[in-house]
Structure formats: C-alpha cells, structure tokens
Write a protein that binds this ligand. Structure first.
Ligand SMILES: *Cc1c(COP(=O)(O)O)cnc(C)c1O
Length: 348
C-alpha cells in the first residue's frame, strides 16, 4: 500500500495487506542470534535446499496489536507467545529466540507499521513471527542456519455484525496430531494436512472441522486451528493439554477469567458425545477470539446449541476477554503490554 494512501478500515478481512517494514534476524546453528534489523517489507532470498522448504523445519506465532478505547496500542500476553515460540523451536531442533529479542522485534515492527493499526474497535494489527531453518541441507537434520522474521498485516474484526455462531462437522476420517508428534507446537507442517478436510467441510456448508483424538477417536481435540470449550449446567469444560492439542493463549486466558468470575472450569477429556449434550459450545484463538458454535454434526447426528441468540456464558466470556483487550474493563492479571510507538526504526 503506497504511502499516504488511505486504508479502508471497514473493508478489512482476515487476509494479507502488505505493510511497510518487516524484521529479520539470522543465526548459525550453535551460535547466538545476531542482532536483527528492520527492512522494507518484501521478498526474501532462499536456497532451494533450505531445511524449511524440504523438511518443514519452521514454526510460527500469531498475535494482535490493538488500539484500545484509551488510544493505547497494546499486545496481549506477548511473553506467552515468546515462550511458546521457544518450546516450538526446541521441538524442531532450532535455536530458540530469546524472549527479550522476540518482544523487541514485535514491538519494533508494530511501531514501524503504526499507520496500519486500525482505530479502536475496527480490527487489529495481526503480528506473524516466523522461525525457519533457511540454511541448505540434504540429509534430514537441522539446517545450518536460521531466519527469524516478523511481519504484520491489518485485519478486520472477525465478527462484523457482532457475534455470529458457526456450524461444525466432526471429522471421522482425519486427525490433526498424534501422541508424541508436533501437535503441541505451532509447527508449520501441522497446518497443510488440515486444508483439504477443512475445504471439504466448507463445501458441505460447515465453517470448520472438529478433530477427535487419534488414539480413541472419541475425544474432541481442536476446531481447525482453534481450541474447544463447552458449558453444561454452568460448569465449563475444555480438552486437557495432552501434547496433541495446541496450548492456546486465548484458551488459558478464558480459563483464568472464567475462574476469576466464579465459574468452575475443568480441563479433562471431552468426548464428542458429552459435548453434544452440553448447553453451549464455543471455540477460541487469537484470530477469532471466541466463536460461538451453533451446531455440531457427527455422522447422522446433529446437535443444535441455540436458535438465533448467543448463549449466556459464551457471551459473558467474550465480553470479559474483549473488555480486557480493549481497556474497557480492568486488567486483573496485567495481561496488556503497551507498545511505545515512537521507537526509532533501526534500519541498516
Ligand atoms: C494458534 C492455535 C490455536 C490458538 O492459540 P492462541 O494462542 O489462542 O491464538 C489453537 N489451535 C491451534 C492448532 C493453533 O495453531
């Protein structure tokens, strides 16, 4: 988008708008990270034998910078993203990015692209940190060098006309992750295998698929790339973290906020059968925040959770979470991380 060009905030969706700057840092295997730099947003050069291109040695993160009702620009629990990024790096044999370097890079990219941060309530600046094995390697082994890159794109509010519920389909044919695998980290290789099942579900009129566990084919794990919750008799349930489920920061925040508000929350095995007898269900993640689930279909069975209106506990938790994120409400756990927009741009 050319400088000075007006951004039409109301036409933003969850898609890529190119911004002005990105952050790039490099590291040789076994050595510390070299200081990163800000570059104009654009293509990177990469060896065709790069570890990431051949063997999928890469991880990503997803975060949002919001402009609050008090006109502050804030990140939500970025230290949690930094820690998850380190765990993912370790799992894939990559050099972890120090937490301070991760947060500094994210702050720099948000500040340098501040003209793309939507006004309060009209979207967010989505932040995408990635770590790739970019050095060339033929054997299946960790690449000799690594690239840590952070770019951003403005995104619209997920629900334009307020909260709308989604129809979901339980997959009996595909699984997302197996015990001992990489389902618990944001490994890039976890996502392509879900594209075809998701596309097929959409063709049948569903918003997304629900994955069951790969061992018993019985317990709900995730909704596409979002975590699952259900509510029965005012008690909240979510699948326990077993290594195959991605430990969502939104998931953890909802658990803490719900308990703070007096709800009982249980992390346990949530069978498809139990979920389909619940009063409410929703899924959550940084992109969608909280998505109320209108129905779940499994084979020839269909559970409809509500007709029309959003169920009360789902709405209460949505308001509680977005209240903290927009500074409309108190921040009882000090989750907001203010970004100073006047950072100097460290271009080389
Ligand atoms: C990113 C992601 C989530 C949600 O995590 P948040 O930290 O809440 O954004 C859930 N499931 C999968 C598979 C994911 O990749």
């Amino acid at each position: 988008m050319a400088e000075g060009e007006e951004i039409d905030w109301d036409s933003l969706t969850f898609s890529l708008t190119q911004t002005d700057y990105m952050y790039v840092a490099n590291c040789e295997l076994g050595e510390p990270w070299r200081p990163g730099q800000m570059l104009p947003y654009g293509n990177l050069e990469i060896d065709p034998a790069a570890g990431v291109l051949n063997y999928g040695q890469g991880i990503f993160e997803g975060m949002k910078a919001h402009r609050t009702v008090q006109n502050n620009v804030v990140l939500f629990r970025p230290d949690e993203n930094a820690r998850r990024f380190q765990k993912g790096a370790a799992r894939l044999g990559m050099p972890p990015v120090p937490e301070s370097m991760f947060i500094d890079a994210v702050e720099q990219v948000v500040a340098a692209n501040s003209r793309f941060i939507p006004p309060s309530g009209r979207g967010a600046l989505y932040v995408r940190p990635v770590l790739w094995g970019t050095g060339p390697i033929m054997g299946v082994a960790p690449a000799p060098s690594y690239t840590f890159c952070v770019f951003v794109t403005p995104v619209g509010p997920y629900f334009k006309g307020g909260l709308t519920s989604i129809e979901l389909l339980i997959s009996d044919e595909h699984h997302r992750a197996a015990p001992g695998g990489s389902g618990g980290v944001k490994a890039i290789g976890n996502y392509a295998p879900g594209m075809m099942p998701s596309k097929n579900a959409k063709k049948q009129g569903y918003a997304e698929v629900i994955y069951l566990d790969a061992v018993e084919h019985n317990n709900i794990e995730e909704v596409g790339a979002a975590n699952f919750f259900c509510v029965k008799d005012n008690h909240i349930y979510t699948p326990e973290l077993t290594g195959t489920i991605l430990p969502g920061i939104t998931r953890d925040s909802i658990i803490q906020l719900a308990r703070h508000r007096g709800y009982e929350v249980t992390e346990t095995k949530v069978s498809a059968e139990f979920a389909m007898q619940a009063d409410e269900a929703f899924c959550c993640g940084t992109a969608a925040v909280i998505s109320p689930i209108g129905s779940i279909t499994h084979g020839d069975q269909k559970k409809v959770y509500m007709d029309g209106d959003v169920a009360p506990v789902t709405r209460e938790l949505y308001n509680a979470l977005t209240g903290v994120q927009t500074e409309l409400a108190q921040d009882p756990f000090s989750w907001l991380h203010k970004v100073e927009l006047n950072l100097p741009i460290n271009m080389v």
